[in-house]
Write a protein that binds this ligand. Structure first.
Ligand code: CP
Ligand code: NVA
Length: 316
């Protein structure tokens, strides 16, 4: 018998498109309500007595703190595991780990390497599994980024988002979001680091436009965003990436190509002087601290949704 009681069929959040447009709208709205209550010090214990296990196979600051604080604030508790302090580091199969952990907790968040690894975990889990970043996707971050955009500029539908730099886990997640949420993604990456057509397919120009020149990608954008040149797991390529990405630093010239009221985002951690200038990330158009904070509120809404479904009536 399952250790947990769920509101409906088992749902995972392994990539952005695991939620429908309608469900994303609900989670975003719910996150705003939860944030409002948090700011007014009102208790919101919808996950009382529930337990979240977090499995980190890569480093983290924001993801760990936001999930851990978020679960406690919802009235639940958290277990933190890493590869090195669990049997995962001694080659216990991920499937066996999933079978065991998911008999003891209500929800699992994993940060790992290949997407296939989290999929293998999820397919042997009795409880919802959330992607806290894989080599391929970072869906919680993009949900928080969209929440941040909405707070600062309103509806994201019909807007233009410029992605400058590596076609990494963030870029592919933005692309899924563009397809679902109805905005246009401009991508500019150096040769050798562009989006892989085998992964993207052939999205229409209303969804994706690629540019060799990062300045052209920024033209008319409502949001300019970037990420590290070297993602976790690719550190061996650091030196060659530094050379390849030298012209892909988001600076004031790029921001001037965007809409006059364009905002700047970065999932963090950032390297000033590499993918973004200090003047931009610390300047008036940057919303990176709101963006980081929104991981907390958004993920509380997501955890609630995966465990309890829609809570259309305010409770607690
Ligand atoms: N943006 C993000 O996921 O940050 P961490 O790596 O610190 O969790
Ligand atoms: N693309 C980065 C994001 C870090 C939050 C990485 O995967 O390391």
């Amino acid at each position: 018998m399952d250790a947990t009681v769920q509101a409906g069929p088992l749902r995972h959040f392994l990539q952005f498109r695991d939620l429908s447009h309608d469900e994303i709208k609900y989670v975003l709205k719910r996150a705003l309500l939860i944030k409002d209550k948090f700011k007014r010090y009102q208790a919101h214990h919808t996950l009382h007595d529930r337990t979240l296990a977090m499995v980190f196979e890569k480093a983290s600051t924001r993801t760990r703190v936001s999930f851990e604080a978020g679960m406690y604030q919802l009235g639940g508790s958290v277990i933190h595991l890493t590869t090195n302090d669990s049997q995962l580091g001694r080659s216990e199969p991920i499937e066996d780990t999933a079978r065991v952990i998911s008999r003891m907790v209500d929800l699992v968040m994993i940060r790992t390497f290949e997407q296939t690894r989290i999929e293998r975990f999820a397919s042997h889990s009795r409880v919802p599994v959330i992607n806290g970043l894989t080599n391929e996707f970072h869906p919680c971050q993009i949900l928080a980024d969209i929440l941040t955009f909405i707070e600062h500029r309103g509806d994201i539908q019909g807007k233009t988002i410029a992605w400058i730099g590596d076609a990494n886990n963030m870029a592919y997640t933005w692309l899924q979001a563009a397809e679902i949420m109805g905005f246009t993604l401009h991508v500019s990456a150096p040769t050798g680091y562009k989006l892989d057509p085998a992964r993207t397919g052939q999205p229409p120009a209303s969804v994706l436009r690629e540019f060799d020149d990062p300045l052209q990608a920024c033209k008319g954008a409502h949001l300019v965003t970037t990420d590290v040149w070297t993602s976790m797991g690719y550190e061996d390529e650091n030196e060659e990436r530094r050379k390849a990405f030298a012209d892909w630093c988001v600076d004031e010239e790029m921001m001037q190509m965007a809409q006059p009221d364009a905002i700047f985002m970065h999932c963090l951690p950032a390297h000033r002087g590499e993918e973004v200038s200090g003047a931009v990330i610390d300047g008036p158009q940057s919303v990176v601290w709101d963006e980081a904070e929104n991981r907390l509120h958004l993920q509380k809404a997501l955890m609630e949704f995966l465990l309890l479904g829609r809570l259309d009536d305010e409770i607690n």
